[in-house]
Design a protein around this ligand. Structure first.
Ligand SMILES: [Zn+2]
Length: 278
């Protein structure tokens, strides 16, 4: 929530998305704020020894930032910064640090400029809290990705056909794990009839293993079991990362290495010619 203080000054809860050195002693921060979306702020003299700003502007902490908006200016001058919630423990573990960076990067790609994004902001805080409190880093990231897609109105259809809403039956093939027709372009899982129509219309339709779709649906409903094999989490992250890349039409930097590996949900090599997931 933004609130005014002083002569036109706003104070906003904020998360730092990126920070750059500016000149000799200053810092530019890109911040995700609750009430004003993405803002770019200049912390003048942040690196001077007695600056009250420099020690505060850390990644992953929830901050309260104050500035006096100047219309038409890209870069606003940061006037006040306080820590609301410390999460320095995230940086003590590399996998946790990477998961937290992925969350912030996704939020930065989706956040509006200078308009409220309360839900997205709260989602980021919840994801970062989970990482700070020792949740499994991959599971916390997968849960964030699902909630993030839902928040954008882009959640994949996981349990029913994305096109007609009918139950999407499982295709069971001899010797193969159960899979379902799936098309990112069509919005998720497809029933057999809609998969045929989508292919005829030129959409890319593949298949995804049912355990991944079921697990993602259970996570979304808060009904996933506590202990889950890492391999299933990795395949669910693979599915969501590819789906996000398709929906956002951009490849988040933090996904590049992960997505450069072969598709983890591809049909087994024992069924040559079979299509992978789309
Ligand atoms: Zn259908």
């Amino acid at each position: 929530m933004s609130r005014a203080s002083g002569a036109g000054r706003v104070r906003e809860r904020a998360l730092i998305l990126r920070r750059f050195t500016y000149g000799e002693t200053s810092l530019v921060v890109h911040a995700l704020t609750c009430g004003q979306g993405k803002v770019h702020l200049l912390a003048k003299g942040a690196y001077r020894p007695r600056s009250r700003l420099g020690g505060v502007l850390d990644l992953f902490d929830t901050l309260e930032l104050g500035w006096t908006p100047r219309p038409g200016q890209e870069l606003q001058a940061l006037e006040e910064a306080d820590i609301v919630e410390r999460r320095h423990r995230i940086a003590h573990s590399l996998p946790r640090f990477r998961a937290a960076l992925s969350m912030l990067e996704l939020a930065g790609l989706a956040a509006p400029e200078r308009s409220a994004c309360h839900e997205l902001f709260e989602l980021c805080c919840a994801g970062l809290d989970a990482l700070r409190d020792g949740a499994d880093d991959l599971r916390a990231l997968v849960e964030f990705e699902l909630a993030f897609l839902h928040n954008l109105g882009l959640a994949p259809a996981l349990e029913a056909c994305a096109a007609c809403g009918a139950p999407a039956p499982v295709s069971i093939e001899p010797g193969a794990a159960s899979r379902s027709e799936f098309s990112a372009a069509s919005g998720g899982r497809l029933c057999a009839a809609c998969a045929v129509r989508a292919r005829e219309a030129g959409a890319r339709v593949g298949t995804l293993p049912l355990d991944v779709l079921d697990f993602a649906a259970a996570l979304r409903r808060g009904r996933a079991p506590h202990a889950v094999p890492t391999e299933l989490l990795e395949r669910t992250h693979d599915f969501l990362a590819r789906f996000l890349r398709h929906q956002l039409e951009i490849e988040p930097k933090s996904f590049r290495v992960f997505l450069s590996a072969p598709h983890r949900n591809r049909r087994e090599a024992t069924t040559p010619g079979a299509g992978g997931a789309a």
